[in-house]
Design a protein around this ligand. Structure first.
Ligand SMILES: [Zn+2]
Length: 127
């Protein structure tokens, strides 16, 4: 209520007194630049993630993983921070049991049950 009266008073004063430069009433987002985009206002981790996505990288695994054929020529890529990683393979689409095996760094390895190829690729965790 008081704010509305103040707004009316300022508006009336502006209309009556034309010689005095009165600063127009406007909201902070109504500046000439408009509303800032996500790129302009992002900070910290969000900013780093946006910059990495612009470069085509996905350090926080935000995008859907790529699909590979699982053949020897195009093995499933498994990112890892050490020289080996435990991998679970759902050999067929409707299997209820997972086949677990250790995947070592180096050449592509085959799943002991279905024969799909997996390759461990060293990757670093984002800071
Ligand atoms: Zn398998």
């Amino acid at each position: 209520m008081a704010g509305r009266h103040l707004l009316r008073a300022c508006t009336a004063l502006r209309l009556v007194n034309q010689n005095v430069a009165v600063r127009p009433l406007q909201r902070t987002m109504g500046t000439l630049k408009g509303i800032p985009t996500d790129d302009e206002q992002a900070t910290g981790l969000e900013r780093r993630a946006l910059q990495a996505l612009k470069k085509g990288k996905d350090p926080y695994s935000m995008l859907r993983p790529m699909e590979y054929a699982g053949t020897k020529a195009e093995p499933h890529i498994v990112p890892g921070i050490s020289t080996k990683r435990l991998v679970g393979c759902l050999c067929e689409e409707d299997n209820t049991a997972i086949v677990w095996f250790w995947l070592h760094e180096g050449d592509a390895q085959r799943c002991p049950s279905c024969g799909s190829h997996y390759k461990l690729v060293h990757s670093e965790l984002p800071h």
